[in-house]
Design a protein around this ligand. Structure first.
Ligand SMILES: *Cc1c(COP(=O)(O)O)cnc(C)c1O
Ligand code: SF4
Length: 433
């Protein structure tokens, strides 16, 4: 199967574009100058329902639309694109808007490990047992999600990319830091690499294998965006990729493929189901994670269906994330109270094997904050969110429940106030200060 990518330059070649009014294409032209836009022939042919494209979750996932910018931002881009402006002026306006969109949530660029005084720029070590590795060829994806918090990595001229070629130094670092037992290959998507490219990294890991490194993870959206990667009938390289997975497993490593699925439609065809089967045959585990997003999957039925399908296919639900405050987050954000309710409705429908899921979770500055529940205080009549860090920079702070004042509007943990235990015993209105 030939991989055809569509972007701002050539998307009008997509056959289904005939269903789209010219004004919608104009919107795509304008908004895609700010938000990275990329899709491909699998997504377009298999996943999007073109007759209802406006409300189609996968259309919204890939195609930029007007509401992803503020009115003011939209008008500024439209203005500078339609007049007789120099490339320099156009870029100035576009870059300014990008910087308004919080390109570095939760200090993405920090936690860079240091080996013998040298920064290992293509990796991140935030939690004691796990290191993230960003192979330089994996800093793109088979398509780009409009909500993506990694979006600055896809825009070359902002020069905010991390990447690194040398895995050897990372191996040295792992050897020196015995608490590390896991390496996570992430991006972008490491599965955009050919098996030959990926092998160069994996071979170093397997050959020089530090004994403390027992787990290898790939974070990938390829099962949703290009499942042919794992289908020898369609791809010359698929057998090599599967063989690489088998090699990792045969070395005794726990290989976990962290698959990103946003909607049940991404699991609902024979191609992806065969790809999942083939990966599982290698001995790799497939765990799943995704953010909950307005306009895409803000619906407990969609999550319940998705988890049910995942479990039937042998996948292990792992994380439901809250959308980070970056990119067009006004468009995708959902208040935490609503997120929790949707989660609760969905998980209740999902049965025993869905209990492996942790959610909803915010990946924040100090760590991953899990919303465990909403509780009523019978004494004060107040409501709380019960939360815990399932990951914290300081691991001793993990799995310790705390209370935050309930709020129907807040969309992120930093908008909430922590409740101190003394306040819990004083009825509201009787507080003495
Ligand atoms: C999420 C994350 C991890 C992996 O955490 P798990 O809870 O094990 O999935 C590792 N490093 C960073 C920086 C992360 O954000
Ligand atoms: S697949 Fe992941 S990294 Fe790639 S665009 Fe989507 S959210 Fe971002």
């Amino acid at each position: 199967m030939r991989f055809i990518t569509y972007n701002a330059k050539n998307y009008r070649d997509i056959e289904y574009m005939k269903y789209l009014p010219e004004e919608v294409k104009r919107e795509i032209d304008i908004v895609s100058s700010v938000i990275p836009f990329k899709t491909n022939n699998y997504v377009v042919d298999y996943l999007i329902d073109w007759e209802n494209f406006r409300d189609d979750p996968i259309y919204v996932l890939n195609f930029p639309n007007k509401d992803m910018l503020t009115e003011n931002q939209y008008e500024r881009v439209e203005g500078v694109l339609s007049g007789d402006h120099s490339k320099l002026d156009i870029n100035r306006v576009i870059n300014k808007i990008r910087l308004e969109m919080n390109p570095h949530p939760a200090q993405q660029m920090t936690n860079v490990p240091v080996l013998d005084g040298e920064k290992l720029e293509g990796s991140q070590h935030k939690y004691r047992d796990i290191i993230l590795f960003f192979p330089s060829q994996g800093q793109t994806c088979h398509a780009h999600c409009t909500f993506c918090f990694r979006w600055p990595q896809f825009i070359k001229d902002l020069d905010l990319k991390f990447s690194m070629r040398e895995i050897e130094k990372v191996v040295e670092y792992i050897k020196k830091n015995e608490s590390i037992n896991e390496i996570l290959f992430t991006g972008g998507d490491p599965m955009v690499m050919s098996p030959a490219e990926l092998s160069k990294y994996i071979d170093v890991l397997l050959d020089t294998a530090p004994s403390n490194l027992t787990n290898i993870r790939f974070g990938s959206k390829s099962l949703a965006y290009w499942p042919f990667t794992f289908l020898p009938e369609f791809s010359d390289e698929a057998e090599d990729m599967l063989r690489l997975f088998r090699r990792i497993v045969e070395k005794g490593k726990h290989l976990s493929f962290m698959a990103h699925f946003n909607h049940p439609v991404e699991l609902d065809n024979e191609i992806v189901e065969q790809a999942i089967f083939n990966i599982r045959q290698t001995g790799a585990e497939i765990r799943t994670q995704a953010p909950i997003l307005n306009h895409i999957n803000n619906d407990s039925g969609a999550w319940a269906r998705m988890w049910k399908m995942q479990i039937e296919l042998g996948l292990v639900p792992y994380y439901m994330f809250v959308e980070r405050e970056t990119g067009p987050y006004d468009y995708f954000q959902i208040p935490l109270a609503e997120v929790y309710q949707t989660y609760q409705e969905a998980i209740r429908e999902s049965g025993s094997f869905a209990k492996t899921l942790t959610g909803p979770v915010m990946s924040a500055d100090k760590g991953k904050v899990h919303i465990m529940g909403v509780a009523d205080n019978p004494v004060t009549g107040e409501k709380y969110f019960i939360m815990q860090y399932v990951r914290h920079r300081d691991y001793r702070q993990t799995f310790r429940p705390f209370f935050m004042k309930y709020d129907t509007q807040a969309t992120w943990v930093d908008q909430l106030t922590e409740v101190v235990p003394e306040e819990m015993t004083v009825a509201a209105g009787n507080k003495q200060r």
